[in-house]
Design a protein around this ligand. Sequence first.
Ligand code: KIV
Length: 280
Amino acid sequence: MNGRKTIQQIQKKKKDGQKITMLTAYDYPLASLVDAAGVDMILVGDSLANVVLGLQSTTEVGMEEMIHHAKAANRAVKQALLIGDMPFGSYQVDSNAAVDNARRFVEEAGCNAVKLEWFDQCLKVAEKIIKDGIPVMGHVGLTPQTAEKLGGFKVQGKDADSARKIIQYAKELEARGFFSVILECIPSQIAKIITEQLSIPTIGIGAGEYCDGQVLVTHDLLGLFDRYKPKFVKQYVNLGMSILEGVKQFRKEVEEGKFPDPLHSYSMNSDELANLKVRK
Ligand code: KIV
């Protein structure tokens, strides 16, 4: 925990013109690997709902699942800043409950910050969390928890009026003390304007090249989730195929009596075995 990057170090990267990296992880093995790869921030995202739990919507996970997974990731993370994604319903209903829930991510699960999506009361709610000493990352543009209200999962800010709103939201987040902001699924020109006008780092997902950093859902980039694939996803490896091949090979070898072989089995001293047989 001590060696983890700080908010100040992340923010300095923007000032120094260095790109910031962020990925999701929801369990010990993946969090260990993402951390070992030197990624700056790890998000225990509510995308857990889709890519790990097989649910249709991120709105279907709650605090208990998020804390459970954040704890697992926390056990692995040594150098990255660990962020807990506040699930739907954990911060929209009651601002005192929002502070309690944010605290759970930090005190129970070991996160260094929380993230919440834009909604009409989010500034008021986040102000309380920030006052409580917990760093908060914002999320504007396409906000999956309220995607229905935005007309579904589609690019936001394509006309001047809606783009102006997103720029305004991002500026308000900075003014209220958010330490960084996710820009999801907006035209790269809008992300460029926001990135230039904000002093806090912008982290893009489907927001183009001008953001200060980039985030993806790790299962997407590793080829571990194929139910749908947004345009912004780049798949770097196909672990799904490798896993399928490995599992098929196991099945074949067991069925053909090739596994386990002596190399993967234990044996008993022959005298002891003889002894055992005599006494029988
Ligand atoms: O839950 C998540 O994975 C996210 C990222 C897409 C930013 O919110």
